[in-house]
Design a protein around this ligand. Sequence first.
Ligand SMILES: [Mg+2]
Length: 173
Amino acid sequence: MLKNFSPDRMLTTPFGITADQLRKMGKTTVLTDLDNTLLAWDQLDATDEIYNWFRVLEEAGIKVMIVSNNNEERVKRVAVATKIPYLAKAKKPLAASFQKALADLGSTPEETVMIGDQIMTDIFGGNRQKLTTIFVRPVKDTDGFATKFNRFMERIILKQLAKKSELKWEDSL
Ligand SMILES: [Mg+2]
């Protein structure tokens, strides 16, 4: 049961992930959450750090898409500014948006990583689709209202995982 909630890796930040590291893992495709994964949930505008990371990955041939549960207006603003395709209102952890993202990009689950700051949506949803899941530290310590219950569940799960697994926070892949 716990297995579906367990990320494959835990990274302090996503921005150190390189195309070379992904290739060595057999990965061609990155699906990434937005809020508190790339950008503080209450910050409207994309940062140069996000823009530059996306460019480096894309120029090396890695496909990237933002998959966010937040609304169209919020997600589109960041996606347009960083020139990256996106799915808003994704309803993670449900399967549909993960499947749509892979279909749009022409990628298989085996070659895809899902990056996100929430166990209950990003990691659980990605694991159920057989993606490689990378849990990252939230950019900001607080969350929007909708996330509070998920964080409560997440704390319980992380405690269990800490007892059973070898997983630990790392600075790079
Ligand atoms: Mg998030």
